[in-house]
Design a protein around this ligand. Structure first.
Ligand SMILES: *[C@@H]1O[C@H](CO)[C@@H](O)[C@H](O)[C@H]1NC(C)=O
Length: 141
């Protein structure tokens, strides 16, 4: 009887935690829009610079190409970071929202950040294609 209850409790906890974590680490278009001017949220475009030049990018985003994400978050001093990105280096509990073109590279970036201890690393799963479709973007550059 005791065994049964422990097992049931464990299963219940796993279900609840599993569900809430998969909800919390995926960001929607509406959430990106709402946090655009929020200086505690870092919107990070992990595409290559030439892709941003070609398509534009989400206002307020900083560009850290996927192959530089680990080095930048791990090795940049706060001074180096703010010099390069004109923003203070994120704290481990800052909200980091990664995006790319379709959400695949940004999922990798999110995992890299999580592994480095950035507990609020999130993925804008719809990424650029979703944002472009939903915003009335006019290419300006
Ligand atoms: C900014 O984002 C943080 C983290 O998501 C949130 O706690 C805070 O309420 C937001 N601030 C505003 C003004 O929306």
């Amino acid at each position: 009887m005791i065994t049964y209850r422990v097992t049931f409790a464990t299963l219940f906890v796993c279900l609840v935690l599993g569900e809430s974590s998969s909800r919390n680490d995926i960001v929607t278009y509406e959430e990106v829009e709402a946090s655009k001017d929020n200086t505690t949220v870092y919107l990070i475009d992990v595409r290559q610079p030439c892709e941003l030049t070609e398509t534009g990018f989400i206002p307020g985003a900083i560009n850290i190409p996927i192959n530089k994400v680990e080095d930048t978050l791990k090795n940049f001093s706060p001074e180096d970071f703010s010099q390069k990105f004109q923003r203070s280096k994120p704290e481990l509990d800052s909200v980091l929202v990664f995006y790319c073109t379709v959400g695949v590279r940004s999922a990798k970036a999110q995992q890299i950040a999580l592994d480095l201890g950035y507990v609020n690393a999130k993925n804008y799963l719809g990424s650029w294609l979703d944002w472009r479709a939903k915003s009335n973007l006019v290419k300006t550059t």
